[in-house]
Design a protein around this ligand. Structure first.
Ligand SMILES: CC(=O)SCCNC(=O)CCNC(=O)[C@H](O)C(C)(C)COP(=O)(O)OP(=O)(O)OC[C@H]1O[C@@H](n2cnc3c(N)ncnc32)[C@H](O)[C@@H]1OP(=O)(O)O
Ligand SMILES: O=C([O-])CC(=O)C(=O)O
Length: 370
């Protein structure tokens, strides 16, 4: 038995949800470039869950179902109020999503119908939980959803209390489309491993949130912004990035396990970053990002991944840095739940082997002789 470090190149399951072939990402066979330009997030959610684009009435039903299920249980809101104010936002989300199961009497019901309903509940409540958490830590009351057809619009309203503008809604919606699913990424794999024991969907999504949190995965978007803020200005980029590269530090938002010639999602986010920079009148983060990309690609051959330009996009939308990864979770909840439903459809326990590299032929030594 020989282990492959990080399971690189190992095909661990079949899936008909999304694919990456020769650097092209598709959801249910539709190119992400097509979806990024044409689809709303709700259409993508439907596509991932049900395998086809919705008709107008199917879309309206999904939007209505999401709105009808977006209320966060009072018990979870009470818990959010007890969290330390300076806690990690992904840790807060992970804990709150786990708690949602306590208030769902059907949490352990395993029929397809019950699991689809729980996917709707999770997709609807995760943004509401994040917005409530963000408001509570600022001493504000959580807001009920306004019932907009767009989840992005509802989230922006529940976060800020202001009517979201069209530009912000469209930008966030597109970001959600781009982040929705990505084959067997680490958090999706974590979700599938969890539910393959026939554990419930809340456990699967809680595992996934824990996996997404790390800076080698979804946590990178926040780390990118921390790096941009630390560097500060365009003039500092050259010295700072050269210094990081010399010290063999990882540049966050670059590199990818699967894409070696670039992440197809990054160009959409780069364009959004430029356009939003122009609208806000602050091109600093975009200009810095372009220069960093030139240097890192030039010197290391590494290309930006989905997390690199999403950092400046969310900053232009005035979203606090520590909500970037929770926003990734809002979007990826659709992919996680689609994969969980698929895992249940054709389940087998996921239990690989380990290549043992430890000591052999050891004997027990009584504690008095150690
Ligand atoms: C949504 C997402 O999850 S996208 C990924 C988000 N994560 C990041 O942006 C964090 C930065 N990037 C990375 O850490 C990696 O590129 C990963 C985790 C994404 C992929 O990792 P792996 O496939 O395991 O690649 P690995 O880390 O082995 O890198 C291969 C080589 O490229 C280098 N490398 C990879 N990424 C980077 C980077 N961002 N900056 C500098 N060097 C890098 C590694 O140091 C390594 O060099 P070596 O062979 O000289 O030791
Ligand atoms: O697929 C991966 O390894 C990481 C990634 O880009 C994602 O989850 O969107």
């Amino acid at each position: 038995m020989t282990a492959t470090k990080g399971l690189e190149g190992i095909v661990a399951t079949t899936s008909s949800i999304s694919s990456i072939v020769d650097g092209v990402l598709t959801y249910r066979g539709i190119d992400i470039d097509d979806l990024a330009v044409n689809a709303s997030f709700e259409e993508v959610v439907y596509l991932l869950w049900f395998g086809k684009l919705p008709t107008q009435s199917e879309l309206e039903k999904l939007q209505a179902d999401l709105n009808a299920n977006s209320e966060v249980p009072a018990g979870v809101i009470e818990q959010l109020k007890l969290y330390p104010k300076n806690t990690n936002s992904m840790a807060a989300l992970r804990t709150a999503v786990s708690s949602l199961a306590l208030y769902d009497t059907e949490a352990n019901e395993m029929s397809r119908e019950a699991n689809v309903l729980k996917a709707i509940k999770l997709q609807a409540k995760i943004p509401a939980v994040i917005a409530a958490y963000a408001r509570i830590r600022e001493g504000k009351e959580p807001l009920a959803s306004k019932g907009y057809p767009s989840l992005a619009a509802n989230f922006l309203y529940q976060l800020t209390g202001n009517e979201p503008d069209k530009v912000a809604i469209e930008a966030l919606d597109k970001a959600l489309v781009l982040h929705a699913d990505h084959e067997l990424n680490a958090s999706t794999f974590a979700a599938r491993v969890t539910v393959a024991t026939l554990s419930d969907i809340y456990s699967g999504v809680t595992s996934a949130i824990g996996a997404l949190k790390g800076p080698l995965h979804g946590g990178a978007n926040e780390a990118v912004m921390a790096m941009l803020e630390e560097i500060g200005t365009l003039d500092n980029v050259e010295l700072s990035i050269n210094d990081k590269l010399q010290r063999k530090e990882k540049i966050m938002g670059f590199g990818h396990r699967v894409y070696k010639n670039g992440d197809p999602r990054a160009k959409h986010l780069q364009k959004m970053s430029r356009e939003l920079g122009k609208i806000t009148g602050n091109m600093n983060w975009y200009d810095m990002s372009i220069k960093i990309e030139d240097m890192v690609t030039g010197q290391k051959g590494l290309k930006p991944n989905v997390d690199f330009y999403s950092a400046s996009v969310y900053t232009s939308l005035e979203i606090p840095r520590d909500l970037f990864t929770p926003i990734f979770a809002i979007s990826r909840a659709s992919g996680w739940t689609a994969h969980i439903l698929e895992q249940y459809e054709n389940n087998r326990l996921i239990r690989p082997r380990a290549e043992y590299t430890g000591l052999e032929n050891q004997k027990y030594i009584p504690i008095s002789q150690r």
